[in-house]
Structure formats: C-alpha cells, structure tokens
Write a new protein. Structure first.
Length: 126
C-alpha cells in the first residue's frame, strides 16, 4: 500500500510540473512576447523612421480630443504615444494581434516590422 501511494504522489507531482511548464506556451501563436526583430543593421528612431508610419496609419483616429468612439490616446506626438508604448498596448495591437489600424488601413508588414524593432530597442525618440 505504501509503495502504491508513493507512485501516485510522484505521478501527481510530475503532472503538475508538466502542466506548469507547458501552460505558459499555450495561447497566441508567438506567445505574449511577440516576434523578435527581423531587421538587422538599422537603428530605428521615432523622428527618423516611425513618426511617418504612425501619422499615416494611426492619427486619423488617435488625435487630441478624438470624437471617434472608444479611441484612447493622442498619437500625434511622441509624448502622447509613449504611455501606450510603456504599457505594451502598441506592440500588442500593431505587431502581435495585428488588429490595428482598425479601419483596415494600409499598414504593411514591413511597417509593422519596423515598429516592432523600434519598440524592442526601447523606442528611442531621436
């Protein structure tokens, strides 16, 4: 009887450890961390590379005192965008979920990749 209980206890512990180990990998295809930067040899900055992408794809809805229902954030300036970068919202919605811009927009995969690399590099302004 004693050996049987030890085997059951070991099996339960093993299953729990396996579950804890495998569970974080479930969910989104790339996990919650998202993809790595796939562009080498380029140093991205807001002013030089990213502002134009944001202006073309985001500021038609994300502007000061926007009247568009549910819109949060002023993306017309770096300072307005920064809190959303700090919280991870921009990367999650633009790079990982790819559900922004909501209007369908014309954001290319190359633009999404540029934003991803810029964010991963600490989203420098200059």
């Amino acid at each position: 009887m004693h050996t049987y209980l030890n085997k059951q206890a070991r099996l339960i512990v093993l299953l729990l450890l396996a579950g804890i180990t495998l569970w974080p990998g479930c969910g989104k295809e790339n996990g919650t961390d998202g993809p790595e930067c796939n562009i080498s040899g380029v140093t991205f900055s807001y002013n030089a590379n990213i502002k134009g992408i944001i202006d073309r794809n985001c500021t038609s809805c994300h502007y000061p005192n926007s009247t568009v229902a549910g819109i949060v954030g002023d993306y017309t300036t770096y300072e307005g965008l920064k809190s959303h970068l700090d919280e991870g919202h921009v990367r999650e919605r633009v790079v990982i979920d790819k559900d922004m811009p909501q209007s369908g927009g014309s954001m290319t995969q190359a633009e999404r990749d540029s934003i991803n690399c810029w964010i991963l590099d600490g989203y420098p302004k200059n």
